[in-house]
Design a protein around this ligand. Structure first.
Ligand SMILES: NC(=O)c1ccc[n+]([C@@H]2O[C@H](COP(=O)([O-])OP(=O)(O)OC[C@H]3O[C@@H](n4cnc5c(N)ncnc54)[C@H](O)[C@@H]3O)[C@@H](O)[C@H]2O)c1
Length: 383
């Protein structure tokens, strides 16, 4: 058997564990990336695995059988947050690289177990989100790097919605258990997007509240069922970046509606309004002279590219270069979120232990394989 990742002549074999809601878009996009070859799908619930296998023309396996396959090089872990560590460790023990949905783990201590296990075996760990590789976020990154807003000094990150029980048939994991709450659920998009733009975070502080003690599932076979809420559902905090910028971050499952932008970044020379970091697309607005924005749309790259980070990891494996949606980035983002959650409980200002490099920007031409994070604005800036 050749060592994983050294055969550059063929796409990387992907085995998916977890066949729930999010697996559909991943499976559709894996088929679109030339870097990736789907081997099969697995789930504790064999029925769920069979359903997805049928829909995506692949085979359904038990998780154990999937891990035993030699042609699986990367395990894509799409299980619920509480299972991310056990499934990830089992995959690493089986000699597979792992790319995990967010959050990487419920706690920083558990995420470190994954990092240590990967390092001990010389395997790669990747972690969602990969939306920061999308056209809009790469445009914002190119503008920041080109100095168009000057030195970044401050910003805002705002995620406020009524709650996922309105659409998710099994929303229990959003309100109880490891990885629950709006910060752990949606914070990864916002924190990762800001780390991509500004680099690592130095200190955080926060307050938190719980709007309701129970929620009612609105859809699916369990509609009408009441589920418990065991975590704060409104958290408002501040991230002090190592570079000095102060970013206020609000995540909430307690807000009916609002008109804040998802992300804003202010610098000594200008300002940026940046679209939803849970999406790859959207228009970036650059303010260089007063209150009138320069809208910047990109020429291509507007699509739901979930799996772009996985494709970049597969390509990095073949090319022997680091991948962008890395374990180190996932771990640092998780520590930021864990520290904000802890501060929301006891009001402390918390200095972080972990750090990470900013992920390299995508080349202006994007990744080979048909999908691209390359953007017109970035092209101009690189010209
Ligand atoms: N639903 C979304 O829109 C969305 C978006 C982005 C990210 N995510 C993330 O993706 C992950 C999955 O979310 P989802 O909405 O698809 O959840 P889901 O509950 O719909 O599906 C999870 C699946 O994992 C399976 N599973 C649980 N434990 C397992 C184990 N130990 N071994 C094998 N299979 C196991 C379950 O049987 C289920 O089929 C979560 O981390 C979530 O935060 C979800």
């Amino acid at each position: 058997m050749s060592p994983i990742g050294t055969d550059t002549s063929k796409p990387t074999g992907i085995g998916v564990i977890g066949c729930g809601v999010i697996s559909d878009i991943y499976l559709r996009n894996i088929a679109r990336f030339s870097q990736l070859a789907l081997v099969g799908v697995a789930d504790l619930d064999m029925e769920a695995a069979r359903k997805r296998a049928h829909e995506h023309n692949t085979i359904a396996l038990s998780p154990e059988a999937l891990l035993a396959r030699e042609d699986v090089e990367i395990v894509l872990n799409l299980t619920i947050p509480a299972a991310h560590v056990a499934v990830g460790l089992a995959a690493l023990e089986a000699g597979k690289h792992v790319y995990s949905e967010k959050p990487m783990a419920g706690t920083v201590a558990d995420a470190r177990r994954l990092m240590d296990a990967a390092q001990a075996r010389g395997l790669r760990l990747g972690c969602a989100p990969d939306t920061f590789l999308g056209g809009s976020h790469q445009t914002a990154r190119a503008l920041v790097d080109a100095g168009r807003i000057g030195t970044p000094t401050a910003g805002t990150a705002t995620l406020m919605l009524p709650g996922h029980e309105a659409w998710h048939p099994n929303p229990d994991f959003y309100y109880a258990g490891a990885g629950a709450g709006p910060m752990m659920d949606m914070g990864p998009y916002y924190v990762t997007a800001m780390i991509n733009l500004l680099g690592p975070v130095r200190r955080v502080t926060a307050f938190g509240a719980r709007g309701r003690d129970t929620r009612v599932i609105a859809t699916g076979p369990r509609a009408g069922q009441t589920i418990p809420v065991e975590v704060p559902t409104h958290i408002t905090g501040v991230m002090e970046f190592a570079g000095g910028a102060l970013v206020q971050i609000v995540t909430s499952f307690d807000v009916t509606a609002h008109r804040h932008s998802p992300l804003e970044l202010y610098g000594t020379k200008g300002a940026l309004v940046i679209p939803d970091p849970n999406r790859f697309d959207g228009e970036v607005a650059l303010f260089e002279d007063g209150w009138t924005p320069q809208p910047l749309s990109h020429a291509y790259g507007d699509d739901n590219y979930r799996a772009l980070g996985l494709a970049d990891m597969a390509q990095g494996l073949r090319e022997g270069r680091p991948h962008r949606a890395s374990g180190a980035l996932g771990l640092h983002a998780l520590e930021v979120m864990e520290a904000i959650s802890a501060s929301a409980q006891d009001g402390r200002v918390i200095t972080l232990d972990t750090t990470c490099d900013r992920p390299a920007p995508l080349p202006p031409e994007g990744l080979p394989g048909g999908l691209s994070g390359g953007v017109e604005t970035a092209k101009e800036l690189h010209a």
